[in-house]
Design a protein around this ligand. Structure first.
Ligand code: ATP
Length: 898
């Protein structure tokens, strides 16, 4: 199907070529056959370059260069065993790096698949949603605003269709599309009659025949060329990489100076060189890059388990620093399950009973009598506007009614049913002939219908009260009579209903209309207000708890909604987002308030407010910018096409996995697979946990490197024998990083992680207290190993024996210290020793490794070690225990709670 001429053929020729049907699409059986033949419509997994390149990349690290040079020179000096160990370590490091990187990238790829994309196709004459992966060449694909084009498609119909092709061309201005035939030589970027897979529909609607799927699409071709895989890079990893480059240079200079001093003092060149290599090898934290990658990857997986899918890695880190979460109301803080509770007409108010979308329940007037539209004309027209000006459908399935479409519209269909107006009957009597569709900017919807009773036309409308009032010039009485409009009374009724948290939509009608005047420009002032429908949308079960958890964590939650201010404020109060006593001065702002604010007062007012009502998507971008100006780190939710700029501007853009458009998902850093606010709070908690675990690893690993470096430095400066050899240092660094340090990545989150303030992104990773702790442990390591080495030599131990004792001491101290590093503030005892099984497994493995190093003859030969005495072990454990006590005392002094 790599045929590239579809743009040069007429639409009907393409339909013929692909043996499809421009109206009915493929038959379901044929679609299945083609799926088997062409395979699923997915891109082959990105691999981030060829295998060889991926392997080679593992060696592209300053530290590895140092090691390779050291290994080569050691070999030239005939120290073959040392050289072999150095090369083995380099190889091992590369293997670990390669495996970890592949695993992490596969995991990221898998995450992307969790956000399932669907496509609309016509098969066998019926429009249906199928997973995008099941699309086949020949399918009749329907696209509309907000969607992602699922394959390469030759258009057969288009109306006002505009597509953002930046994914393909880099050009972010949407281009208009239509079905006209083009010259065969038209370049890809100018093919107006083709839609390309992965591009985003920003407005309009269209249908076309899929001509290429999966790897055969333009996107697939680019993908093959670039093969770009999402890298595990965050600001922190970039900073750490820079830090380790500087560290390498510093260490190399230090090693060179040490070498020079040694030679000047008249020590052997070979011996001094070996010492300098030991210094370099010991001081560089080899395990750091792998540990960071793994900790981030584990964090991402944990977030996914809690239904937050990370699309861009930096979000993992930013989540821990979030200070403000701006959330939509409907569907995120509330259930988005609407039930009309009250119907208001200019003369009477009706209570509605019964829940669900079935016809159970009824409307009751003030006297408690059952009311129907048959008698009360305003009620009839109010229900008719709700049911007729409506794109939702109720379908019967498994004994209950299910909704396809917008819950607001579903509720209006349901209440019409209770009042005796069934949707199919409405469609039969009043077939729709024109539509002004709903949009968040317009905030209303209007439809033009043919009236089969009179042969004339009628207009129905529904939407936000302010907007509908603008369309109306009169209101309807109970008997159907037309009266002068009383906006004051309508708005007072809305305020009353909204104050209890109900979402209020106004309805209007024009029983006898001129179809020629059905335009957005001519409608205002011509309609008759028929009533209000007030619906309940209960807050989500976990919303109040999540809002309160955010408050404890120092995060402000703000609600941004298109709904009425009083409704928004009432819902906000119910979930604890506003003081129960009601809105304090400046806590609730409307879109109109925002527009009226002078520029200089804007950021402060926005920072103070908690609820933003009747806000249009365009205003969201400025809101985010203002909050950022105030120094806030902003997480913002959004679901529509027009939310994309705000999502991109926010520090963390969050899209809804279920209700959101593909455009919003594409702009977002994180996607919630359950659309629930509580999931954002969970992700913040995980983000904080990731940062904690990274810090713990660094605090654990640095003292070893400093200790090793210093021991060698002191030995050379004093002109003494080296207490540990380069190969032994490599053994310590490699085995402990893998068996002990990495286990910290599995550390569960600490209690109280959500009762501290957000991390200031500008604050360094290591606080003063932690730097002091690192220095303290390094000093203890140097003093302890030096003393032990000298003591062992003094009691007649051989050089290999004394060195083995020193190596075991380093490992023992690290092992004890590991338990302390499980928490940065609380003591190991308080945490309990067995809270993290991985650590126990690591300790057992490491201990076995040390025994092998000490007692296996082969290891003795390889690493210049020798069996040590029982007393030496006692001394080793004694010093390690003492170190643990000192660290515990340091923590207690600083945090006053053991
Ligand atoms: P949120 O922004 O929290 O999701 P919302 O659903 O109220 O809240 P919008 O979808 O922008 O936000 O709707 C704005 C207003 O437009 C609503 O408050 C309502 O009055 C009106 N409205 C919503 N849906 C429809 C619809 N299908 N037809 C007509 N008017 C609607």
């Amino acid at each position: 199907m790599a045929d590239d001429t579809h743009h040069g053929l007429a639409a009907h020729e393409v339909v013929l070529l692909l043996q499809s049907d421009a109206d009915r699409g493929l038959g379901p059986g044929e679609a299945e056959r083609r799926l088997e033949r062409f395979g699923p419509n997915v891109l082959p997994p990105a691999t981030g370059g060829g295998l060889l390149w991926r392997v080679l990349r593992q060696f592209h690290h300053p530290l590895v260069y140092v090691l390779l040079v050291a290994g080569a020179i050691t070999a030239a000096l005939s120290a073959y065993v040392d050289s072999a160990v150095i090369f083995a370590v380099v190889l091992l490091n590369a293997v670990i790096g390669f495996v970890q990187e592949s695993k992490a990238e596969t995991a990221l790829e898998g995450l992307r698949a969790m956000v399932r994309t669907t496509a609309t196709v016509v098969r066998g004459g019926r429009e249906r949603n199928v997973p995008s992966s099941e699309l086949v060449p020949g399918d009749l694909v329907v696209v509309e605003a907000g969607g992602k084009v699922p394959a390469d498609v030759r258009l057969v119909r288009a109306s006002e269709l505009r597509v953002d092709e930046s994914a393909l061309t880099g050009e972010s201005v949407p281009v208009a599309k239509d079905e006209t035939v083009l010259d065969l030589r038209t370049p890809v970027a100018d093919r107006r009659n083709m839609l390309h897979s992965g591009t985003l529909v920003t407005s309009g609607r269209g249908a076309g025949i899929a001509v290429a799927t999966g790897a055969e699409t333009e996107l697939g071709r680019i993908h093959r060329l670039v093969g770009a895989a999402e890298r595990l890079a965050t600001p922190l990893t970039v900073k750490l990489a820079a830090f380790s480059r500087i560290l390498t240079v510093v260490i190399l200079v230090l090693a060179a100076v040490t070498f020079a001093i040694g030679v000047v003092r008249g020590r052997g060149v070979v011996e001094t060189f070996t010492s300098a290599v030991a210094l370099a090898v010991g001081a560089i934290p080899e395990g750091l890059p792998a540990a960071v990658t793994i900790t981030l990857a584990i964090g991402v997986a944990r977030m996914a388990r809690r239904r937050a899918v990370i699309r861009r890695m930096p979000a993992v880190e930013t989540l821990g620093s979030t200070t403000v979460i701006c959330s939509d109301k409907t569907g995120t803080l509330t259930e988005n399950q609407m039930t009309v509770q009250t119907v208001w007409t200019p003369d009477d108010v009706f209570d509605v009973t019964g829940s669900g979308y079935g016809g159970d329940g009824a409307l009751h007037d003030a006297a408690g009598a059952v009311a129907t539209g048959g008698v009360h004309r305003a009620l009839h027209w109010c229900l008719l506007a709700g049911a007729g000006c409506n794109d939702a459908v109720l379908v019967r399935g498994d004994g209950r009614w299910d909704l396809v479409g917008d819950p607001t519209e579903g509720a209006m269909l349901a209440v019409a049913g209770k009042g005796g107006l069934s949707a199919p009957a409405v469609t039969r009597r009043h077939p729709r002939v024109g539509t002004i569709p709903f949009s968040s900017e317009r905030q209303y919807m209007a439809t033009l219908h043919r009236d089969t009773d009179t042969g004339g036309h009628l207009v129905l409308a529904k939407g936000a009260t302010e907007r509908i009032l603008g369309l109306c010039g009169a209101q309807m009485a109970a008997d159907g009579g037309i009266r002068p409009l009383d906006p004051g009374a309508v708005l007072a009724a809305v305020e009353g209903l909204a104050a209890s948290g109900l979402r209020v939509l106004a309805t209007a009608a024009l029983p006898s209309a001129d179809p020629g005047a059905f335009t957005e420009r001519q409608l205002p002032g011509t309609l008759v207000l028929t009533g209000l429908q007030a619906m309940l949308d209960p807050p989500r079960a976990g919303a109040a708890a999540a809002v309160s958890a955010c408050r404890t964590a120092g995060i402000t939650v703000k609600m941004i909604t298109g709904d009425h201010a009083a409704t928004a404020a009432a819902v906000a109060a119910r979930i604890g987002l506003l003081d129960a006593s009601g809105a304090r001065e400046g806590q609730v702002l409307t879109g109109a308030d925002l527009t009226a604010l002078p520029d200089h007062a804007y950021p402060a007012a926005v920072d103070r407010a908690r609820v933003f009502a009747r806000v249009s998507p365009e205003q969201k971008l400025r809101l985010v910018q203002a909050l950022q100006e105030r120094g806030q780190v902003v997480a913002m939710t959004g679901d529509g096409v027009n939310d994309a700029p705000a999502l991109r501007q926010a520090n963390i853009g969050i899209a809804m996995g279920r209700g959101g458009t593909e455009v919003a998902k594409d702009a977002a850093d994180m996607v919630l697979t359950d659309d629930d606010f509580a999931t954002i709070e969970a992700a913040v908690e995980e983000g904080r946990g990731v940062f904690d675990n990274l810090t713990k690893f660094i605090v654990w690993t640095l003292p070893t490197n400093m200790g090793e470096g210093l021991v060698i430095l002191v030995a050379i400066l004093l002109g003494a024998t080296l207490p540990i050899l380069p190969t032994q240092i490599l053994w310590i660094n490699m085995t402990t990083a893998v068996a002990l340090g990495l286990m910290l990545a599995f550390e569960p989150k600490e209690a109280g992680i959500m009762s501290r303030p957000p991390r200031d992104p500008a604050r360094p990773l290591l606080t003063g207290a932690l730097v002091v702790r690192i220095l303290l442990v390094s000093a203890l390591l140097v003093a302890g190993s030096w003393w032990l080495f000298t003591w062992e030599r003094g009691t007649g131990a051989s050089l290999p024996e004394a060195r083995t004792a020193a190596v075991n001491l380093f490992v023992a101290v690290e092992l004890f210290y590991l338990f302390s590093c499980r928490s940065l503030t609380r003591s190991a005892w308080r945490l309990g020793l067995f809270g993290n099984r991985w650590i126990i497994a690591g300790v057992i493995t490491q201990t076995a490794g040390q025994l092998a190093l000490t007692y296996l003859p082969a290891m003795n030969r390889l690493f210049d070690t020798a069996p040590v005495s029982g007393e030496a072990w006692l001394r080793i454990l004694g010093i390690a225990a003492l170190t643990a006590l000192v660290v515990a005392a340091d923590k207690r002094l600083r945090h006053q709670r053991l």
